[in-house]
Design a protein around this ligand. Sequence first.
Ligand SMILES: N[C@@H](CCC(=O)N[C@@H](CS)C(=O)NCC(=O)O)C(=O)O
Length: 364
Amino acid sequence: MPVYWLLAAALGDEPKQPPTRGIHLETTTAVNFTEMLAALSHAFPGTSLPGKTRGTGSAAATNQPSPLHLFHAANSICSQKVRTVLCALQQPYISHQMNIFAGDTYHPHYVRLRAHACQSLGYRLADQHTGSTSVLNTGCDACVVPTLLDASSERVLIDSRRICMALIERAPIYAERLLPSDHTEAISLELDVIDDFPNYPILAHKIDRDSGAGDSSYNVFSMKKVERCETLMQEYADEPLLSAAYRAKRDKEKSAAYELFDDASMGQTMEKIAAILTGLNARLSSSRHQFLFADSPTLADYFWGLELMRLDDLNMSALWQNDDDEGLQRYYRRLGELPALDQAVTQWPGARLSSQRQTEQAQP
Ligand SMILES: N[C@@H](CCC(=O)N[C@@H](CS)C(=O)NCC(=O)O)C(=O)O
């Protein structure tokens, strides 16, 4: 078993038992990795980052293009996690940017590949939305970013947390800093909270409000995804795995559209976020370090940085402006100075929402 699976399991990354929610997938034949990568690269051309000569990976040393192909979107918070870790590891990669609003993540080649990946991990397809994008709590979604393809091992990695763990394990000189062995359990608990953070309702609600659709009895942004899936389900009705992936996504987004955005549900979401931040503030207050566990950032700090930036971009930073939130305020300022977050998010075109107030381009 590859070491990073052991590490991931030790950190609680793999479900203790496979999720029981969602749609069970029947076994199908495997996809051809090379053909799939070629087809996807044709649809979403790649750019070498950060260039062939920088970085510490073996690809940089030999001046070869990196074998790592990241399919991602500029302001998808899940994609930002992977980009941030790639930057923190100084790992070159091929960036294949996708546009969620244009429906890129529903491309049949892409969904086919991800549905196979969900299946080979034993994950069911998510057909209900809980507000978070946690695979453990909702199941697997074949129509989302990010996805990492490793051409050297022909592996397809899905789910930002799993991808980041695998990347860190590939770069042992950084592993102890990002995942210090004294704190693996505590970091895993932070990642659990972040994984289940209700990002979708706060963003999709704002997208509707900003586009003037806020008075509808359902969330219009989610319903557009439902319509897209209906069309694709019919188009690919003769492919059981693909049509199952579109059907599950349709049902998931429909449940979101009708169940996550009423006043009571939004109120619960806001209470949940406030409670999460209160807990984070308390943990920061009891830390003797610059960051949660050390004086240099761990994976948990990078992920929190992304969550806080997203809340800030959604004009929710008032949640940590009280006098007793000083620890959280200092933490956020420190996180904003980290080069990896700056490079992967603040400086990444289209990644931040706040300055341009461009939530219509946001990707939850
Ligand atoms: N648990 C997955 C969640 C992935 C996910 O939900 N991605 C969102 C962006 S953060 C997406 O691609 N949404 C597109 C859509 O729902 O149409 C991960 O962390 O990779």
